[in-house]
Design a protein. Structure first.
Length: 420
């Protein structure tokens, strides 16, 4: 029991005893001394009570911080024990799920409907320390599976925020009005206004589905063993990252795709500046200045930039002065940190035209608000198809993901096109 609770109970007992003594007309000497003792104890307990509350308040805050993060830690630890191999065997052979894998699948099924086996997003992450089971004696030794080459994901490097939604739609009210302050012109004059405070809703809707179909041959099932789990996880994760990256930036908004921020710049209200000139720091500097004048960024170091490798090649070969050896790229990285620059061949279209022109995207996070929001609904729905390839003993897996893209504040993004 807490000390403050014990002291509070004792104070209540003292008050009750004093009330009985005060009600008497004639007090004995012992009763008078008892009243003095209880009065002294009551005043001492008041000091102890305040000290106990101060000490216990600090303990409560520490316990509260632990409770706020305990659920996330426990969930992460539980996710680390999810086995994709159990899912593959359940889909292939009908084997029952067990352990933490069965617990996670059951919890995911309670939150949403899935035709196949729900796979949490965390299970597709590449886990450190993964090993390949040792092979059996054979003239041919099978080495670890060599993964396909996928482009690195640049969505997170550009400040994109991923939001997981159980069901329904999610929207954010964004302030679109321009409420301004004004001085009163005179002793009895009114201040400026009134100005309407208006908002616009930016919604994420589950209208787009991304699908991955994987054909697992019988040889792969028998040859790879436990390594198949890690290989399938890595391949699905990389494939999804590639497709989502392309959709976030270049999605057409048609044929089932979400509307990407570059393709839909005019729809989102993003400023698109046609440079129609050589790649130079001055072109990007003008975009950074627009960020700063719009209060979206406080300095060039707060800006993130995504370019094609061809733009880097051109800028690194363009010298300001051959005598100093300083290039346009040197001027760029002097103001925008290298860790804020992402080069991609997946998120940006290849240069086209004569002369060849490319596009760059600049973003910034203002007031803790991400420039791009990507919503994903539920987990990855993994569905088996043991019939199509039944004659060859193979298995087909289909992974379904529902996702959408939106921009909250277009002033946090800038598109620079026509970079030659």
């Amino acid at each position: 029991m807490l000390d403050s609770v014990k002291i509070a109970r004792r104070q209540s007992e003292i008050r009750q005893a004093l009330a009985e003594l005060v009600g008497k007309e004639d007090l004995t000497d012992d009763e008078t001394r008892s009243m003095d003792d209880m009065d002294r104890e009551y005043r001492q307990n008041e000091t102890r009570y305040r000290a106990s509350l101060i000490a216990e308040d600090e303990e409560r805050r520490e316990a509260g911080d632990e409770l706020e993060t305990r659920s996330d830690k426990e969930w992460s630890e539980l996710m680390a024990r999810f086995e994709m191999r159990q899912v593959a065997l359940a889909l292939d052979e009908g084997r029952a799920l067990s352990g933490q894998t069965a617990e996670i699948v059951t919890e995911l099924r309670e939150k949403g409907g899935y035709r196949g086996v729900p796979v949490p997003w965390q299970a597709l992450e590449i886990r450190a320390g993964e090993t390949v089971a040792s092979g059996t004696p054979d003239p041919i030794q099978t080495r670890p599976i060599i993964d396909r080459l996928f482009p690195d994901s640049v969505a997170s490097r550009m400040g994109t925020q991923m939001i997981n939604i159980d069901h329904g739609e999610v929207e954010w009210p964004v302030v679109t009005s321009s409420v301004a302050a004004g001085w009163a012109d005179g002793e009895t004059a009114n201040v400026a206004g009134p100005t309407t405070f208006a908002t616009t809703d930016k919604a994420l809707a589950p209208d787009q589905n991304l699908g991955i179909q994987m054909r697992v041959t019988r040889k792969s099932l028998k040859q790879s063993g436990a390594a198949l789990e890690a290989a399938i996880r890595r391949d699905m994760q990389s494939c999804m990252a590639q497709a989502l990256d392309a959709a976030i930036f270049l999605g057409t908004g048609a044929n089932g795709q979400p509307l990407g921020v570059i393709t839909g710049a005019s729809t989102y209200g993003i400023t698109d500046t046609d440079l129609s000139g050589a790649a130079a720091w001055s072109a990007f500097r003008a975009a950074v200045v627009r960020f700063m004048t719009a209060n979206a960024a406080g300095s060039p170091s707060a800006v993130r930039m995504m370019i094609r490798p061809e733009v880097w090649d051109t800028m690194d070969d363009t010298y300001i002065d051959t005598g100093t050896g300083v290039t346009e790229w040197d001027r760029l990285v002097k103001n925008i940190p290298m860790q804020n620059i992402a080069m991609t061949t997946n998120g940006l279209a290849a240069p086209a035209g004569d002369p060849a022109e490319s596009i760059a995207l600049l973003t910034t996070s203002a007031g803790g608000v991400a420039p791009i929001f990507v919503g994903t609904w539920g987990a990855v729905d993994l569905i088996r198809d043991p019939y199509t390839d039944a004659q060859s003993g193979g298995l087909r897996l289909t992974g379904l993901v529902t996702a959408d893209v939106t921009v909250a504040r277009p002033k946090q993004l800038e598109v620079v096109s026509g970079i030659q």
